[in-house]
Design a protein around this ligand. Structure first.
Ligand SMILES: [Zn+2]
Length: 250
């Protein structure tokens, strides 16, 4: 049974998604976990860039980091993979089914459902011809989707100025993936190590940035400005696996 905790349109998509995933629950769960780790990593990289490059942020920094994440997913992955990551990571925003009525409007992050739709809108807007079906399946109404290509264009232009700066950097410092605090069997390590390698291929940072995967007693991820370090907590992957089961299983 699908839990009746989200908006009707999202609920319908969960059912469709769940049906498609039934053939191979384990693979679908792994994909969901990986997609969300990737999206979260690029969100944290957004925070890191804001700090390291002293970027002006005209709005909530959390929103800027969410936008950065979508741009990277759109940019770095082949279409099928990008769509899969975008959808799985959108569902990752729908965190707390049991307490869905208690929206924390005071939070620095937007409400979960708002982040869900912002994420889908931007991703759809990056390639509307190819992604129209996905947007419809994800329950994005025309009232929003009509403006999404313009929303993406503005977002891509804004981050594009920063990306141009990174490509032109003449004294690059590669991002350091530091596994010294990771458990050797932690599946998050391979995912994040790959993404760090990917980013090092395309971005040249002007200052040191370290990325770690380590236990931090909570399912979370942080950018720590004082240490110029992104911490991906090893508790996140099992939490995401639980979230998958909560969304798609009885
Ligand atoms: Zn954040």
């Amino acid at each position: 049974m699908i839990r009746p905790w989200v908006l009707g349109s999202v609920c319908a998509m969960l059912m469709a998604h769940g049906a498609a995933a039934q053939g191979d629950d384990d693979a679908a769960r792994d994909d969901f976990v990986t997609a969300n780790l990737i999206a979260i990593f690029y969100h944290e990289l957004g925070h890191a860039l804001v700090d390291l490059l002293a970027l002006p942020v005209l709005g909530q920094e959390e929103d800027a980091a969410d936008v950065m994440s979508v741009i990277m997913i759109d940019w770095l992955f082949e279409e099928d993979t990008a769509q899969s990551i975008a959808m799985d990571s959108a569902f990752g925003f729908l965190e707390d089914p049991e307490n869905s009525q208690e929206v924390a409007y005071w939070d620095v992050h937007g409400p979960d459902e708002q982040r869900f739709y912002n994420h889908i809108c931007l991703f759809y807007g990056a390639n509307p011809e190819t992604r129209a079906q996905m947007a419809e399946d994800m329950g994005l109404p025309p009232e929003r989707s009509d403006g999404c290509p313009d929303e993406f264009a503005l977002a891509a232009d804004s981050w594009g100025v920063i990306f141009d700066q990174l490509e032109a950097e003449t004294n690059p410092v590669p991002i350091l993936f530091d596994a010294s605090r990771s458990s050797p069997k932690d599946p998050t390590v391979a995912v994040i190590r790959d993404e760090v390698a990917q980013v090092n291929q395309i971005f040249k940072l002007p200052a040191a940035l370290t990325v770690t995967v380590e236990s931090c007693d909570e399912a979370n991820a942080f950018y720590i400005p004082e240490e110029a370090t992104i911490v991906m907590c090893s508790e996140f992957a099992p939490h995401l696996a639980d979230l998958f089961d909560l969304h798609w299983k009885e």
